[in-house]
Design a protein around this ligand. Structure first.
Ligand SMILES: N[C@@H](CCOP(=O)(O)O)C(=O)O
Length: 462
């Protein structure tokens, strides 16, 4: 399997090179040259597989023979062996109409672990095999950072620097990142918001000379390995529902800020998984909702919400979706992204919007609706949602028609977001791993929002 850029200026490269390149060198994003098409026989066989077995099959399609199957199997087993639940990503039937795909059973209690346990091990494997240095640079609105750090902390040949928006992540998210004392970890707290952090790292990656000289690698969902790993749980969840007797397509409701998680579902659908609607759930930072409903992609005013991981205006995977929407036409995408840079917005024509709406519906959940959904679900079913998952459940309630089945992705454990939970008077018991964080010293460096300041810190660290 080869990978190409959405902007057409990167020749076909293999999986390992695509992982190492992260952001495509022409400023676009890497995508598989061809998407595997799965037959109904293959899907039926995959239904019998455990999560790691299924992940091995999906990864094999995208990696080909580049990593020997035995090595890949070990990478997968090591990655999912760290999860606290034997099913890795179980589907919980909370009520007749509410199915929750619990993605928070990994080491940092967020869905990011599903891909980042694997990517951390993969980087370590590549570093050993090729004797190369891996310098990871990432941006987080809270969950990716902790998860990426956990995936590589203490690993030989790897250093990791994570930028987070100072004071704009939850207390537990901050502690998960900044209490790690391994010498290969650097946390930069940026004065600004997540979009500033993401812009800085994207600009540093776009400086190809700097990226190559300092071996900069990506762990955000601009890295195609992240997306591919996240497609697996869509298959797994749809198979669980089929086993429970649900015939026909399944809808997925996906809380998303960067369009990575929902794009993974879109790929699964294009590969042949019978998915009905992809329900895009977001918060008051509703650029993606406005795109799905009006066909206009234009960053708006930034809001701090109870779901801080989705406090994002510029969605880094959106370009990958546009690439498929425009028939994999790299020249068109290149021109669109150039015009977005000068105009600050993208407007698609009516026929394209109709195409978007065949696959997606969207709901931007306001803060009070988010809290009300958590409260209602707790009162009615005794199940505690985190605020991001609550946005997904609120959107699922809005769009699931009679007789349809919707799986809501639960992206994080509620203990990570107690600031919101305690507002509705619910007292939760923290898992011991989270409770223990409050006693540990923190380590982080405060920086302003300029590329030069970040670069200076990187040069000291790498
Ligand atoms: N919500 C994310 C933001 C980064 O997204 P990613 O999927 O591109 O890593 C976070 O929690 O950091």
């Amino acid at each position: 399997m080869d990978y190409i850029s959405t902007r057409g200026q990167v020749g076909a490269i293999g999986f390992v090179d695509a992982v190492l390149m992260g952001l495509a060198d022409d400023g676009g994003l890497l995508v598989p040259q061809h998407l595997p098409q799965l037959s109904s026989d293959t899907l039926a066989q995959w239904q019998k597989l455990s999560y790691p077995e299924l992940a091995l099959e999906v990864f094999s399609l995208f990696i080909g023979g580049e990593i020997p199957r035995e090595d890949l199997k070990k990478l997968v087993d090591d990655s999912y062996g760290t999860f606290r639940h034997s099913e890795v990503t179980p589907v919980r039937r909370v009520s007749d109409s509410l199915h929750i795909l619990e993605l928070f059973h990994g080491p940092t209690f967020a869905f990011k672990d599903v891909a980042l346990q694997f990517l951390g091990n993969l980087y370590s494997y590549i570093s050993r095999k090729t004797n190369s240095i891996i310098h990871i640079l990432g941006a987080t609105s809270g969950d990716t950072g902790a998860s990426a750090i956990e995936g590589v902390r203490g690993k030989e040949g790897i250093r990791i620097c994570i930028l987070h928006p100072s004071g704009k992540v939850s207390k537990v998210q901050e502690l998960q990142m900044t209490t790690v004392d391994d010498a290969n970890v650097l946390n930069l707290a940026v004065e600004g918001n997540f979009d500033d952090c993401q812009r800085i790292i994207k600009e540093l990656f776009a400086d190809v000379k700097f990226k190559q000289e300092y071996h900069l690698r990506a762990i955000n969902s601009i890295n195609i390995a992240r997306i591919l790993a996240q497609t697996v749980y869509y298959f797994y969840a749809a198979f669980r529902l089929a086993k429970q007797g649900h015939a026909g397509p399944v809808n997925f409701s996906v809380p998303t800020g960067n369009f990575g998680d929902i794009f993974a579902g879109y790929l699964a659908k294009r590969m042949g998984l019978p998915i009905g609607k992809l329900i895009l759930a977001t918060n008051e930072n509703n650029i993606l909702e406005r795109f799905v409903t009006e066909g206009v992609y234009e960053p708006g005013e930034f809001h701090m919400t109870y779901s801080p991981s989705m406090d994002i205006q510029v969605a880094s995977n959106f370009e990958r979706y546009l690439y498929y929407l425009y028939g994999e036409d790299a020249a068109t995408i290149s021109a669109m992204m150039a015009s977005y840079k000068t105009e600050g917005k993208i407007v698609i024509p009516a026929e394209k919007l109709t195409e978007v709406q065949k696959d997606f519906v969207a709901h931007g959940v306001q803060n009070d609706e988010c809290l009300a959904t958590i409260g209602n679900c707790h009162d009615e079913h005794g199940y505690l949602l985190d605020p991001h998952t609550a946005c997904g459940v609120a959107a699922a309630e809005k769009f699931t028609a009679q007789g349809e089945a919707t799986v809501s992705l639960s992206t994080a454990h509620p203990a990570k977001f107690n600031e919101a939970i305690e507002l509705i008077g619910i007292e939760q018991t923290f898992p011991p791993q989270i409770e223990a964080l409050f006693d540990k010293p923190q380590r982080q460096t405060l920086v302003g929002g300029s590329n030069d300041e970040v670069k200076a810190e990187l040069l000291k660290f790498f």
